[in-house]
Design a protein. Structure first.
Lengths: 241, 218
């Protein structure tokens, strides 16, 4: 009973303080703190919100300036911007309910999307809002992908443990080594550009767009070299070459 | 370890950076596309009887209302598609052409009722429906190709929705242009053929255009 009375009294004083702050905030600058009617000094709520909002605006303007510089080809500004975006994307992903082990996927997918969509950013609009929407969409895509994987795969640790490994036998291992040598030799006969296409598209399972980003080549050029490499490998491996 | 993966990605993206030309606002891009549709309309006007077309459209309110509905649908759907081709736009943009689409469908339905009830209406001869279908598909094809090329400059995070709305824009633009070479009142068969053609164009855009736009995002 006494506790409830004290709580109510404190809430009433809070409300009085808020009214006082609202009234007085009309007359004071944002750096003025108004002494509390009980205990620690209070900062007017409206002023705190303004300060937070101006801080966010400042961050947004800074990111927008980096992005404008990136659109003009400034690599340093671009890398600074991308690094600055990572904690923000992480927060957005957490807000979307992404599991901690999948947050990095969302971060990387979002950064790749920002890279491909950089020509669509309009400096007259908020960069942070632009980035937030992309991060949210990418988080949804990751959630959807995980959901689809779950429908196809089951968690069966015992079955996994009991499954015999076909590569354990010495014969299979020797056969495998032989195969690897033949493949390595065939890949070694390819031109450097064709080898690069095979390495990224086949060995590292990258998409054409990802391989193009990493190698700095066009997707068309990669595709041409990929098809030529396949043709050449087919000839070598079938023993016609 | 995780940090280094992100760092490597940032460096790779930095190394891949090239200057880009900022995309024009959707309103400007839609005007470019509509200007090309206008040029096609001009070309058709030169080979058709424009006076007869205007007289026919003005003969009954449902005729000009349907033409206005299809024209507005084309413009609004194209604007919605250009908006959706940007990654930060909401899916609600897809609803933009809905009122114009309802006007087009409603007015066409009214025209259909009129030709059914009025004796002096000028319905389409029985051998014409396939011509309508060919015209709509034929006009939609170049418009769709152009629109997909233009949409591809953006980066849509909803490629299928963007392609559907783009398909609607092309089909309704083609249906508007059909007025130049289609001197008949709306009959039930005619309306069904138009609807069938519009659905085919939207489906084709969704299947092919959606894939092209999707390849852009991956």
């Amino acid at each position: 009973m006494i506790l409830r009375f004290l709580t109510n009294a404190r809430l009433a004083m809070d409300s009085m303080g808020a009214t006082l702050m609202t009234d007085m905030s009309l007359f004071y600058d944002s750096d003025v703190t108004i002494p509390s009617v009980y205990g620690a000094p209070m900062t007017p709520r409206t002023m705190t919100v303004d300060a937070e909002s101006s801080g966010q605006k400042e961050v947004d303007c800074r990111r927008a300036a980096w992005m404008v510089a990136a659109q003009a080809g400034d690599r340093a500004a671009y890398e600074t911007l991308l690094r600055d975006c990572i904690p923000f994307i992480t927060r957005v992903a957490r807000g979307q309910g992404i599991r901690p082990d999948l947050i990095e996927d969302v971060v990387q997918e979002t950064l790749l999307t920002v890279h491909r969509a950089r020509q669509t950013y309009d400096p007259n609009r908020s960069f942070t809002a632009w980035l937030r929407t992309i991060a949210q969409r990418r988080a949804i895509d990751v959630l959807r992908r995980v959901g689809q994987t779950r429908t196809r795969e089951i968690h069966a640790p015992l079955a996994y443990e009991n499954h015999s490994d076909p590569s354990d036998g010495p014969e299979e291992t020797a056969f495998h080594i032989d195969h690897t040598e033949v493949l390595n030799s065939a890949v070694g006969k390819l031109s450097a550009r064709q080898r690069e296409a095979v390495e990224h598209l086949a060995f590292r399972s990258r998409s054409l767009a990802q391989a193009a980003t990493v190698t700095g080549r066009s997707t068309g050029s990669l595709r041409v070299d990929w098809h030529r490499a396949l043709k050449s490998l087919r000839t070598h491996l079938s023993g016609k070459g | 370890m995780i940090r280094s993966v992100n760092d490597r990605l940032v460096q790779a993206l930095g190394a891949d950076l090239t200057p880009v030309r900022r995309l024009a606002p959707p309103s400007l891009r839609v005007l470019t596309w509509l200007a090309i549709v206008g040029a096609a309309a001009l070309a058709l006007a030169m080979v058709s009887d424009v006076g007869a077309m205007i007289r026919r459209l003005m003969a009954a309110p449902d005729m000009w209302l349907a033409a206005m509905g299809s024209m507005l649908t084309a413009a609004l759907a194209a604007l919605a598609a250009f908006e959706l081709s940007l990654p930060d736009r909401k899916a609600a943009w897809a609803l933009l052409p809905l009122p114009a689409l309802l006007l087009w469908i409603g007015a066409s339905g009214m025209g259909c009722l009129r030709t059914w009830s009025v004796a002096e209406a000028n319905p389409m001869p029985p051998d014409q429906p396939e011509h309508c279908l060919i015209y709509i598909l034929g006009i939609s094809l170049p418009l769709s190709l152009l629109l997909i090329v233009m949409l591809r400059r953006g980066l849509s995070l909803r490629p299928n929705l963007t392609a559907i709305i783009g398909g609607l824009a092309c089909a309704s633009a083609a249906a508007t242009l059909l007025n130049f070479i289609h001197p008949y009142d709306a009959a039930a068969t005619d309306l069904a053929v138009h609807a069938f053609a519009v659905v085919i164009v939207i489906l084709a855009n969704t299947i092919f255009g959606g894939r092209i736009l999707m390849s852009n995002t991956r």
